[in-house]
Design a protein around this ligand. Structure first.
Ligand SMILES: C[S@@+](CC[C@H](N)C(=O)[O-])C[C@H]1O[C@@H](n2cnc3c(N)ncnc32)[C@H](O)[C@@H]1O
Length: 223
């Protein structure tokens, strides 16, 4: 179990950011997001990350018949777009303040479920089999390698064999990070990402952006 202090710090800092300006901290491109622009930015990200990658994401399944998991849903920007595309969505976030905003964002989507979690595992999520898991702009903020690896193991527990966990980590390995900084997360080299995958029962089939902030990983659960 990762250090309680780190988990508490992540929760407190993100609650504070949410109270100050949730949408800005979720997507720093604007300080005053309208509903329309905020959710449009989520739709656009889902188009780019998922719609262009349906072979890996859906593996022949109808999206409306798929159950998907999101880690670090923030104010529900991506969760809402996922709920439009998939049959069932479950999303977690460490911040109760963010979770209340995400719940409001998906209020019209009864098949979308949002939970506040403890910042390191998925025990709040019902023990169902998931067809796809996704996380964007979340692990790049987590200061603990142990927490990130705990999520990777937890996703493996819930995914059906062969299914994809597509997620982004910080890839700039020359950054100076510290254990109590919940903005600048711990970076991964390509070798570290690959080792984490194999340790957690995933095949790290594709990687894109090693050495960059947006280092994307395609981990397929081993059969
Ligand atoms: C920059 S926001 C991105 C939100 C969302 N993924 C998006 O792109 O719209 C990062 C989110 O990750 C959440 N987060 C940070 N550390 C977390 C952790 N250890 N477990 C779960 N969520 C976490 C924060 O509360 C925040 O809502």
């Amino acid at each position: 179990m990762p250090d309680e202090k780190t988990l508490e710090k992540m929760r407190q800092d993100w609650d504070e950011r949410a109270r100050e300006n949730a949408r800005h901290y979720v997507a720093t491109g604007q300080t005053e997001w309208t509903d329309e622009a905020f959710f449009a930015s989520g739709e656009q990200a889902i188009e780019e990350d998922i719609r262009t990658d349906m072979t890996n994401v859906c593996q022949g399944k109808d999206p409306k018949a798929m159950r998907v998991l999101e880690i670090g849903c923030g104010a529900g920007r991506l969760t809402r777009a996922l709920a439009k595309m998939f049959g069932e969505v479950h999303a977690v976030d460490v911040s109760g303040e963010m979770v209340s905003r995400a719940k409001a964002a998906v209020a019209d989507f009864p098949h979308a479920h949002v939970y506040q979690n403890n910042g390191c595992d998925l025990t709040v999520v019902p023990e169902l089999e998931f067809d796809f898991a996704y996380s964007a702009i979340v692990f790049q903020h987590i200061p603990s390698r142990e927490v990130i690896e705990s999520y990777v193991r937890e996703v493996n527990r819930l995914l059906r064999p062969g299914a994809l966990f597509k997620f982004q980590v910080q890839g700039c390995t020359d950054l100076q990070t510290s254990a109590d900084d919940t903005w600048l997360g711990v970076p991964f080299s390509d070798a570290q990402a690959v080792e984490m995958a194999w340790r957690s029962n995933f095949e790290p089939r594709y990687r894109h952006g090693a050495g960059e902030q947006y280092f994307w990983l395609w981990f397929f659960k081993k059969p």
